[in-house]
Design a protein around this ligand. Sequence first.
Ligand code: ADE
Length: 250
Amino acid sequence: MTRTALIAAMHEELAALLPAIEDARIERRGGREFWLGRLEGQEVVAVRSGIGKVAAAITATLLLDHYQAARVLFLGVAGGIGAGVQVGDVVVADALLQHDMDASPLFPRHEVPLTGLARFPADAAFSDRVARGAEAAVARHAEAAALLGHGTRVHRGLIVSGDRFVATAAESEALRLALPDALAVEMEGAAVAQACHAFGMPLAVVRSISDRADDDAHVDFGSFLTRVAGPLGLAIVQQALAPVAAAAGR
Ligand code: ADE
């Protein structure tokens, strides 16, 4: 049976998901706990990567080398930097880029040297499915809606990653200038995308927006992480994994 790998950076992002795994067994490798079992009747392996690109790349490589997954879903929170990407919205990546990669003038800014790529594509079919799951999940996520007081949207587009928590308006403006089509910023997705690219592994990345990567980012991030990120992440994964007819009927 097809096994889906689920990765998130932080404890809070997986807190609702891990207890929902049926017949869970844990294997420890490289300082990580890999949770194997079933979710929505599907085989899964779930792991917390830790924060940042190196931690994410180590985790993805271990996962891809040891757990025979057919596809990888990275989930968690991100800062919204695109116009109209609000706290509580969800962004599903079409492509991922390391915004702090710069080996110019040897290579174009943002290009990962010797890969020829700056933007690592997400798998289109799997991302479509995750986006449909996210639509269904946000439509039903009453707590998030009440907390935010506005409708939530699911966006598709570029997610950028770097080893910085972007927490000033000036820094997010600089990102917008350099990468005008970027919708969200986080610290792991593009590293996992590079690892999946090396292994030829289909990837989707889904991020709920915890903050606007501005001067209030650290406050918004904290409350969203503890109150919304876990249950919303579980709902998105359940909807994305459920057989199509079952998900539509929920
Ligand atoms: N993850 C969530 N919010 C973020 C931000 N503002 N910068 C980087 N990663 C984030």
